[in-house]
Write a protein that binds this ligand. Structure first.
Ligand SMILES: NC(=O)C1=CN([C@@H]2O[C@H](COP(=O)(O)OP(=O)(O)OC[C@H]3O[C@@H](n4cnc5c(N)ncnc54)[C@H](OP(=O)(O)O)[C@@H]3O)[C@@H](O)[C@H]2O)C=CC1
Ligand SMILES: O=C(CO)COP(=O)(O)O
Ligand SMILES: [Zn+2]
Length: 347
């Protein structure tokens, strides 16, 4: 079978360990990263963590509030003016995505320094930027380096850690959806990247049994799962192994209720409902999320029942080219309500 050109974007070096942020200067010289550095971060992370980096390397700092196009343009202007040649994303998914997208557009090197294990954009060469027309991620820059300091990541609020588990268990459904698309639509299915994404999900499920007893070990397992899920996306050249109908639900809620829950919290609840529709282990997934104290109901998410139902009915319209269990026509209002009720998401 003839193969079209396929490009794999992977990080050059991953540093992971306890207290390693204080070795950033060594890592940079190992990788030959010199010149003018720009840290893209948020206000909380700037206050709590950025000084640890500034103690070791000189860098400009710019704060962003949202992962949107205006913030990306602001970072790009700053980087041009200050001739920054390495852009560091320091924070949660939003700061990392803005840095990653700006580095992509300016063709500068990008370094990912996650401060919360809340999402798998830590490694992926994709960024979710509002204002590009769709609430889904777009091609961006792969990291030259990832610096994952387990002490920093474990100090993130527990809610963010739990969100990372939610984002990762989602791969159980994403891979099912992908298999279905291969069967029903003849879509290319990458067994290797699908297996890698599933392995991440299994790790995340394991993590729910460990993290309450040993936070740092649990966070390490989770970070490894997030990194390998990002690698799966980089190898697949698309977010397909990591994002299916559970992410479509999450994106739909984000559109209807923008100031709502964290990305990974929505993906976790989406996973319960989509696993139910697939007829797979939704109760086990729900139990695992309850075990760690992650939200499993609309009330715990702080989202009105009507938004949950509406999101289920429009989720299939968000990325029509990516076939999932929701099919081309999606769920009716009555069936969406039934799914949400039968899985305990609404009462
Ligand atoms: N590119 C990709 O492949 C993927 C991208 N994403 C995207 O990532 C985003 C979600 O990321 P998420 O991390 O959940 O949300 P945010 O980046 O919005 O982070 C949530 C909050 O956590 C704070 N925070 C981060 N680290 C710490 C810490 N150590 N201590 C205290 N507070 C901290 C942030 O502070 P501050 O205000 O300082 O930023 C922010 O207020 C979404 O936009 C989603 O689309 C998700 C998955 C994959
Ligand atoms: O969040 C993601 C993977 O966890 C990226 O997925 P999307 O392509 O749906 O934005
Ligand atoms: Zn996600």
């Amino acid at each position: 079978m003839e193969m079209r050109e396929h490009i794999i974007s992977l990080p050059e070096r991953i540093f992971i360990g306890n207290g390693i942020i204080s070795r950033i200067d060594e890592y940079f010289s190992e990788l030959g990263l010199t010149g003018s550095f720009l840290i893209v971060t948020g206000s909380n992370v700037r206050r709590l963590i950025v000084s640890k980096i500034l103690d070791k390397i000189p860098a400009d700092v710019i704060e962003v509030q949202e992962a949107n196009l205006d913030e990306v343009r602001k970072v790009e202007e700053f980087a041009k003016k200050h001739e920054s040649n390495v852009i560091l994303g320091v924070g949660g998914g939003k700061a990392i995505d803005v840095a990653k997208f700006a580095a992509f557009e300016l063709n500068k090197r990008f370094v990912s320094i996650p401060t919360a294990p809340s999402h798998d954009g830590i490694t992926s060469p994709f960024a979710a930027i509002k204002g590009l027309g769709k609430p889904i991620s777009m091609k961006a820059k792969e990291p030259t380096a990832i610096i994952a300091d387990i002490d920093v990541l474990s100090s993130a609020p527990r809610r963010l850690i739990n969100a990372g588990i939610g984002d990762t268990v989602g791969k159980i459904v994403a891979v099912r959806d992908w298999k279905l698309a291969a069967k029903l639509r003849g879509e290319y299915y990458g067994d290797y990247t699908a297996s890698l994404a599933l392995l991440s999900a299994r790790h995340a499920l394991n993590c729910t049994r460990i993290i309450n007893k040993d936070l740092k070990y649990g966070v390490r397992l989770l970070v490894e799962a997030l990194i390998s899920s990002g690698v799966a996306m980089g190898m697949a050249g698309s977010t397909r192994p990591a994002s299916g109908s559970e992410h479509l639900f999450a994106h739909a809620v984000e559109m209807l209720y923008p100031e709502g829950p964290l990305h990974g919290e929505l993906v976790g609840v989406g996973t319960i409902m989509m696993a139910y529709i697939h007829g797979i282990k939704w109760k086990e997934i729900r139990k695992a999320l309850i075990r760690i104290g992650a939200p499993v109901t609309a009330k715990q998410l702080g989202v009105p029942n009507e938004i949950i139902i509406k999101a289920l009915t429009i989720a299939h319209t968000i990325r029509p080219e990516r076939y999932t269990i929701l099919g081309d026509r999606g769920l009716t209002w009555a069936s969406a309500e039934k799914v949400a009720r039968n899985t305990g998401v609404i009462t």
